[in-house]
Design a binder for this molecule. Structure first.
Ligand code: ADP
Length: 248
């Protein structure tokens, strides 16, 4: 597979909420293995865009072609998740009463069968996968700890791990570094750079310092449209972007 193949092709997406146009003719390609940052002021349509990709919001028109074959706008959220698309919301949602390891086990089994989830035993391969992810997220020493006792940043990492055990192709992350310490933010950037290539990532982010450390390409949304696209340097030099977004 070619690195420049698109994993996702959004074509002329329109979303209208009771007369309010949240996305207008939005066209956007994400390449396989790309790490794309989506930025833009509040109300620009970033969350709506993620909602369209994950099937939470159905657009009035347009297509979202995944893996050059499936139009996601025809599928429900569960079917979309099964296609290998994982989403992380800004606030971490882990099972606080379960251990770190149990959280990962549950995430690993949850896409298989609901009925077998609690009783199913892990294969050796699945065990190895969990060990690998614990190490990757620097949570190996916390594996037996209740998730509720983790720091905010560790919970964020655990939730990323819960996505990764399902081996997603495309990861959507909403402000993943929010509330993290500087060291945790730095490691998140390192982690994302490691994940890119194997996975495609779309990251909604406000922190420009963080965007600068992670992004190959940045898409700027404004009033439901793509205002600019390119490297962070390019979009920061774009006059329209300066005017509406950066305000300097
Ligand atoms: P962002 O994530 O960039 O801040 P959103 O996608 O959340 O922007 O919102 C884009 C616009 O659409 C906002 O003006 C918001 O008020 C509006 N909007 C979002 N969801 C709904 C909804 N369910 N009903 C009505 N308006 C909505």
């Amino acid at each position: 597979r070619n690195q420049t193949d698109p994993v996702l092709q959004l074509e002329n997406i329109n979303v209208n909420f009771d007369g309010f146009q949240a996305l207008t003719d939005l066209t956007l390609n994400i390449g396989v293995g790309e790490l794309r940052c989506i930025i833009g002021p509040n109300g620009a349509g970033k969350t709506t865009l993620m909602d369209v990709i994950t099937g939470k919001t159905r657009p009035q028109s347009g297509r979202a072609i995944y893996d050059q074959s499936t139009d996601l706008t025809t599928l429900d959220p569960i079917a979309i998740a099964r296609q290998g698309i994982g989403r992380k919301f800004q606030k971490p949602t882990v099972f606080e009463a379960l251990t770190v390891e149990e959280n990962l086990e549950l995430a690993l089994k949850s896409d298989k069968s609901v009925w077998g989830t609690l009783r199913a035993r892990l294969t050796g391969e699945q065990r190895d996968r969990i060990d690998e992810i614990l190490a990757l997220l620097r949570l190996s020493n916390e594996r037996g700890r209740r998730a509720g006792l983790l720091s905010h940043g560790q919970k964020q990492f655990l939730e990323i791990g819960m996505l990764l055990v399902q081996e997603p192709h495309l990861l959507l992350l909403d402000e993943p570094a929010a509330g993290m310490t500087d060291a945790e933010t730095e490691y998140t950037a390192e982690l994302f750079r490691q994940l890119a290539g194997k996975h495609s990532l779309m990251v909604v982010e406000h922190d420009m310092g963080f965007v600068e450390t992670i992004a190959d390409r940045v898409t700027v949304l404004h009033q439901g449209r793509v205002l600019a696209q390119g490297s962070l340097r390019e979009v920061q030099a774009n006059e329209q972007v300066i005017e509406v977004y950066l305000g300097r």
